[in-house]
Design a protein around this ligand. Structure first.
Ligand SMILES: [Fe+2]
Length: 206
């Protein structure tokens, strides 16, 4: 798989998505410890093309400015909604169904509000999905923070994520589950936030 999952501070995950043929890469959610992802990039002779933020929260975006300063040719990618809240202006705004290429790797974006107004998931080559704080292993992201919305989260999970293929491997933004990643099929069967059938039921999940 062309995804490197990197554990960083406070149970966060940062990711490097890369094309081994063209040596191009994207860093997703540089919240802390950028050194680790930069080391991976350097060790594999990769060129950083994109810095992608699944949402604006500080623990996912704090080192974006620093990274852009180190590699000025890299382009910052976010949704329009969350881009407005970042301390640095994004270069590329994505919306539902936007696509970007990292070398041969196709990234497709899904707008999944609920945790924040402009949270995004990133589908990598139709094989994997980085879910930020929208979907965790066994749970979903909080909806009680500023900009969070329970009904939007339910719609993102049940009208978008539940419709995706079971084979997709889900990579969360936080290491809160019993494993660091899982197939979407397994999460559809076991994740309490995906198992519910109505918004009312969803709203009663502790
Ligand atoms: Fe968050």
């Amino acid at each position: 798989m062309v995804i490197e999952q990197i554990k960083i501070g406070y149970d966060n995950f940062c990711y490097v998505i890369y094309c081994p043929i063209h040596k191009k890469a994207a860093i997703v959610d540089p919240g802390f410890d950028t050194t680790k992802s930069l080391q991976f990039i350097t060790a594999n002779n990769l060129i950083l093309e994109y810095i992608i933020l699944t949402h604006y929260h500080n623990d996912h975006s704090a080192e974006t400015k620093h990274l852009k300063k180190i590699i000025p040719s890299s382009r910052i990618v976010s949704s329009k909604e969350d881009g407005q809240k970042l301390p640095i202006k994004p270069d590329i705004l994505v919306c539902d169904k936007s696509q970007l290429k990292v070398g041969n790797i196709l990234l497709s974006f899904l707008l999944t509000p609920g945790h924040t107004p402009g949270g995004i998931c990133i589908i990598v080559d139709k094989k994997a999905m980085l879910t930020g704080d929208t979907l965790f292993i066994g749970d979903c992201g909080r909806t009680d923070l500023p900009g969070g919305n329970l009904a939007q989260m339910y719609a993102s999970l049940h009208e978008k994520i539940m419709k995706l293929p079971d084979e997709l491997r889900g990579y969360p933004g936080q290491d809160y589950g019993e494993r660091p990643f899982d197939s979407l099929g397994c999460q559809k069967r076991n994740n309490k936030t995906l198992k519910v059938k109505t918004l009312k039921e969803f709203s009663t999940i502790p």
